[in-house]
Design a protein around this ligand. Sequence first.
Ligand code: 0WK
Ligand code: BGC
Ligand code: BGC
Length: 934
Amino acid sequence: MFGGQPPLWKFMDSIRSEGLQQGEEALSCPEEGLPRPSDSSELVQDCLQQFKVTVAQLQQIQASLLGSMEQALRGQASPVPAVRMLPTYVGSTPHGTEQGDFVVLELGATGASLRVLWVTLTGIEGHRVEPRSQEFVIPQDVMLGTGQQLFDFAAHCLSEFLDAQPVSKQGLQLGFSFSFPCHQTGLDRSTLISWTKGFRCSGVEGQDVVQLLRDAIQRQGAYNIDVVAVVNDTVGTMMGCELGARPCEVGLVVDTGTNVCYMEEARDVAVLDEDRGRVCVSVEWGSFSDDGALGPVLTTFDHTLDHESLNPGAQRFEKMIGGLYLGELVRLVLAHLTRRGVLFRGCPSPALLSQGSVLLEHVAEMEDPSAGAARVHAILQDLGLSPEASDVELVQRVCAAVCTRAAQLCAAALAAVLSRLQHSREQQTLQVAVATGGRVCERHPRFCSILQGTVMLLAPECDVSFIPSADGGGRGVAMVTAVAARLAAHRRLLEETLAPFRLNHDQLAAVQAQMREAMAKGLRGEASSLRMLPTYVRATPDGSERGDFLALDLGGTNFRVLLVRVTTCVQITSQIYSIPESVAQGSGQQLFDHIVDCIVDFQQKQGLSGQSLPLGFTFSFPCKQLGLDQGILLNWTKGFNASDCEGQDVVSLLREAITRRQAVELNVVAIVNDTVGTMMSCGYEDPRCEIGLIVGTGTNACYMEELRNVAGVPGDSGHMCINMEWGAFGDDGSLDTLSTCFDASVDQASINPGKQRFEKMISGMYLGEIVRHILLHLTSLGVLFRGQQTQRLQTRDIFKTKFLSEIESDSLALRQVRAILEDLGLPLTSDDTLMVLEVCQAVSQRAAQLCGAGVAAVAEKIRENRGLEELAVSVGVDGTLYKLHPHFSSLVAATVRELAPRCAVTFLQSEDGSGKGAALVTAVACRLAQSTRV
Ligand code: 0WK
Ligand code: BGC
Ligand code: BGC
């Protein structure tokens, strides 16, 4: 029974059409002047001829619809495409492994009724459990009432159905089949674009229908149901099709309305920015209207029907095919022919003049040759008519004309979809399975055969198999729900895994406070994870420095030798040399001999051989300085581990190496930390630059502290630059509350476990490894890469930190992210790519926020040192991570603004690195030495 309730049209009696005449006279039977038989057959011919569609017209519709589809896929907004081509976030046809019990709520596919199903997926090929279902008639006033009414009604039906099922009230997962045009932004987020098919509830268009259903279920309060997926009925039909090896890739529904979906190449769906894989697209061909193509086949009856419909001008194509309209089209033709005296001796019945009185199942039966004339007679009598045999035969011809055209038009549209598939798959001959659903397909005797025949005519190079959907798509919806549930579970596991990386304001303020406390202790010379090392740099350059200086820059990604010429400006010539791991982790002698080799090579290349220029040595490791040119290495960091160096004065080690290399003379004047070099280098341009920050292979900061606060250094006026060595912050366990198991894995695998804890949460040497460990963890949970652990991903340092910068760059499309990951040999889906991106974002965001908390602590220290309400200070910054990561610097600045609102902090990216700074420190030292000598 096509919805078994008073015909939808009834309520629209208010709208009177030309098919209706007023009052009694409309129902009067003409005494005389019935048309002559010849006229009537002409009249009949004219009438039925209107429903004849030529092959050329069908081909034109096919071509025009294909054009609109490709226009919409390209995202072309004007002219507005005639079809919507809505991505559905269903990226694959069923794997067959989906399993579980699911509730399915179907709304809209069958007009004024909704259906609730209980579907059990076994995940075993061919093992099928029959779904249990119940249908509920939706009262008219609900279909035209408020959205809340409709969704409350749906929630009520859900409970009523579940009350009858032996199921628990908790943890139910629901798939929502919502058969209307929607913009989907996720498997469980879908905004209604416009109602179709007799629905017109207020307050729903433009809303997320999943949220509306969740709210209604909440209001109902009987069951705890998680709505995990919303799908269009065509998708449910496609996903529910079981064809063994080759899944259906097209889902066609012809029920009260009509629509189709198919698996499109993701790269061709402009809005998706994907380049691989496929995505199911709901065509929404019901709105296809192209005057050029459709104009010639639209009849006056179509225009009348549209004019009287709930949505005049919309869904024109659907109104020629959908089951909600076929009966009305037949009624309008019958009323027309009756008024012309051709039918029922010109005597209409009230039913015949009432819209919506002829239902699809009337048409289906009357057309069904097996039904026989007697059945047709009975149906017409039910409509209050007294048919003669000729009437019965003519009524059947009218039904056939209307339905044949519907099937042919549907075929032309389907042929357009097949052509699109052929085109996007670059296949000469296309083999495809089309799942069909909906009561027009299921119940109408000839619809499917005409459809199939016409498709073969219009798309001869396509080998199409039509697979009737077993249960109207309920299983298909459950399949999508199973996939969505799996993805939702994955998302929950991802959120749980990344939650510890999402630091809130209080946590960051606590880090800031702990750092302040550690700074104070370190300055007082008490036990602290912050050594607060005096650097003997008391002033930033004043611009009067002059001369040529050599500088070395060791400790970052590259080892550089520089010639720095200081006049009114600073000119730098430099050369990068590599420090092989074997040297960095060999003997100290080897390392310093290598350094001197590089210097000599540089001098030769720069024609400086034999010259003994003052040399500034940027040595980016924790050193206890006893003077400007004396620095005892406290411990190596960042993968360096040369022996016999820790506890030694590295300036002496360098001088010994120079000595070992005869005929080389170098005057090592100063040793500076790279943070100090960077501060000095930027301070040369901006005297307010009193903080130096490195976020590169390692991380650290220095700043100008009041001498009075520096224990162990005589004098209490003026300033001294303090190298905080904040990389070691937290080595006393003060950061353990923030440390995750992934941080612990990275620390344990490092050559200095337990050391440099702050650095290992922030700097470039470690972020890639943290990400890799998280990816391994998520793979072991089956969340990523289908749970397949790859050899590559288990390789240390395979996931470079620079990948984070590349993957998080806004300019990179998802496809480029995928390319980076595929180069790592990772078999990934688009969901995997998105998750890897989120992992990278979480890890780098935490690093930047922790770094920002550190800078805020330092800026506040300087402000309080000077008893200032407001402080304006600049920070000289260097380091690959800070410079190359697309969001790191802005996240640091944002955190500083949040935690040190009374400090206006300007970040200056150092252009010349700290080598220039080392040369300037040397120049200041030489100037001061000069001035004391004179
Ligand atoms: C460039 C500086 C150097 C510092 C390096 C840090 O000139 O002194 O060590 O930045 O960044 P990284 O190279 O470790 O990324
Ligand atoms: C809707 C489609 C739906 C089709 C079949 C149309 O009115 O716009 O979303 O798939 O009916 O139910
Ligand atoms: C070192 C610091 C250096 C920082 C940045 C850390 O590992 O201990 O001395 O400033 O890396 O290079």
